[in-house]
Design a protein around this ligand. Structure first.
Ligand SMILES: [Zn+2]
Length: 298
């Protein structure tokens, strides 16, 4: 008993797993999410995927990309699933399964999962920075997630690195995400070379081959990220800063510069206590299940 269901709604699939309190996965289910789904068929798909795991669960945690409203439990829209609009996830699942349901954006879920089960779980507070298509963030203090109004806080990716700089997906120029993220690397590379790369892997392969443009873009992006994190450290003063997400697979290419730039520019007094590093690769579903364990603690 005391097991939690975690639901990870991503572009392409719904992954659902049942976890015990130690974070061990007991069972899991996955189903593809075609791009052109309307609300009703998506909800049916979601419920059918969750249903087999219900008998042993005490609650359901759901994570998805934003924008969302975590209080009403509504997915406002999805960049990857264009047919979905104002999807009442929390209400529908509560009604269907008569279990408590929590819903947060995936960066917040990742933060909670990392704080509870990751390599820095024994620290008092953690700032988790997700590095992937974009840059996300989450802050957990003494086991409690700080998610801001409607769950849209700690958007570290949209803090400004260069005033009037490169255009970001959010419509504003100069966000750190425009310089250090899959989207940022590919856009900056295309801008200066007229060459379109397919994904982050291709970009990092160029870095490994010492392509001078890729090296320059990664160097500047790393400094931009370091200074965004520096700002966040001075605001939040966390005990640990943990980098997670797809791009951390190549942490060996930029981690050293990232950490040294952060450490040499923050208030020296913070350095002794601060831990910085790449986190484990915990699943999005475990992050979502952590919402259930978290509410139990409070
Ligand atoms: Zn932005």
């Amino acid at each position: 008993m005391g097991n939690a269901i975690g639901v990870d709604i991503g572009g392409g699939s719904i992954k659902v797993s049942l976890f015990d309190k130690k974070g061990d996965e007991l069972r899991s289910q996955i189903s593809p999410t075609p791009e052109h789904l309307d609300n009703q068929s998506f909800l049916k798909n979601l419920k059918d995927t969750i249903r087999p795991l219900i008998p042993d669960a005490i609650g359901i945690g759901v994570g998805s990309p934003g924008p969302l409203d975590n209080e009403r439990g509504v997915m406002i829209s999805s960049a990857n699933m264009q047919g979905l609009k104002n999807l009442p996830i929390k209400e529908e699942l509560k009604k269907e399964f008569s279990l408590p349901v929590w819903y947060e954006n995936d960066a917040n879920c990742a933060a909670l999962g990392e704080a509870y089960f990751g390599s820095y779980k024994n620290t008092e507070s953690q700032l988790i920075v997700t590095l992937g298509t974009g840059v996300g963030g989450g802050f957990v203090n003494r086991g409690i997630l700080y998610s801001g109004y409607l769950g849209n806080g700690i958007e570290i990716g949209h803090t400004t690195s260069v005033i009037g700089g490169a255009l970001c997906g959010c419509g504003v120029k100069g966000c750190v995400e425009s310089y250090f993220s899959t989207r940022g690397f590919l856009n900056r590379y295309a801008e200066k070379s007229n060459q379109t790369l397919g994904n982050a892997e291709e970009f990092f392969q160029l870095v490994r081959k010492k392509d001078s443009l890729a090296l320059e873009i990664l160097h500047f992006g790393t400094l931009a990220l370091a200074h965004a994190v520096r700002g966040a450290i001075h605001l939040l003063n966390p005990e640990a800063v943990v980098f997670v997400g797809g791009i951390t697979k190549s942490y060996d290419l930029y981690g050293k510069l990232l950490e040294s730039e952060i450490r040499t520019t923050i208030f020296p007094v913070l350095n002794d206590r601060l831990k910085i590093g790449a986190g484990g690769s915990l699943s999005g579903a475990l992050g979502a299940a952590s919402l259930v364990f978290s509410k139990e603690k409070v």
